[in-house]
Write a protein that binds this ligand. Sequence first.
Ligand SMILES: Nc1ncnc2c1ncn2[C@@H]1O[C@H](COP(=O)(O)OP(=O)(O)OP(=O)(O)O)[C@@H](O)[C@H]1O
Length: 232
Amino acid sequence: MARSHPSPSAAPVRFAGRDLGCVRGDRAIFAGLDFDLVAGGALVLSGPNGSGKSSLLRVLASLLPPAAGRLSWDGADVAEDPEAHRARLHYQGHHEALKPELTAVENLSFWAGLEGKLADAAPHALERFGLGDLADQPVRLLSAGQRRRLSLSRILASPAPLWLLDEPSVGLDARSVRTLEAEIEAHRAAGGMVVLATHQPLALSAVQELTVADFPPAPVTADDDPWAGALW
Ligand SMILES: Nc1ncnc2c1ncn2[C@@H]1O[C@H](COP(=O)(O)OP(=O)(O)OP(=O)(O)O)[C@@H](O)[C@H]1O
């Protein structure tokens, strides 16, 4: 539908956005943006720096209210219960938000607790990203790439049907990128969905693409602008 270039599917839409607009500070960032995601779907956001990919992810995570438009989950308006929406997703932003004095495994438990979830899969999650031997290491002693892997382990430590990932492969070594791709595909195969912004293409099957720069806010026209035609 619209300009998000979806793959054809007869499955019911789970997560959708209609006519979404975003304002940050006093600047309109994008407008009129639509997307549909079905179970197992993946939406890859592209666009140049500053086009609004991170802003859109924050809107989808109910961390930033849309300036216009509507998000729905199974047909229900997300705005009616933003907390329920946040409980069904994992949001991975640019910042890792790890507690440096806690160990790797304690960080996963801490985050799961904050989200009202159990980090039952924490040992598996650490193993998947090659951090099994570092589970009891304070995070302040981890390298930048290890912290990034720990941050991604958080997503695997507790289940959530929707993953929102902002540049998830930045700082990862090649092996960890392959792990990330495999985990995203496994999540989708189990009916999960992912929306991700990335400048580094990931090997994922049947993704929908959405170029955020294709949805600029409407320029002010002479009809809208009371100062248009002024002579100074
Ligand atoms: N907290 C904020 N307050 C005001 N403006 C902001 C804020 N955060 C971002 N912006 C502006 O919103 C616009 C979109 O930023 P955003 O981070 O969403 O872009 P992006 O497409 O993710 O960029 P990049 O590819 O560099 O990560 C930019 O012009 C940016 O300056």
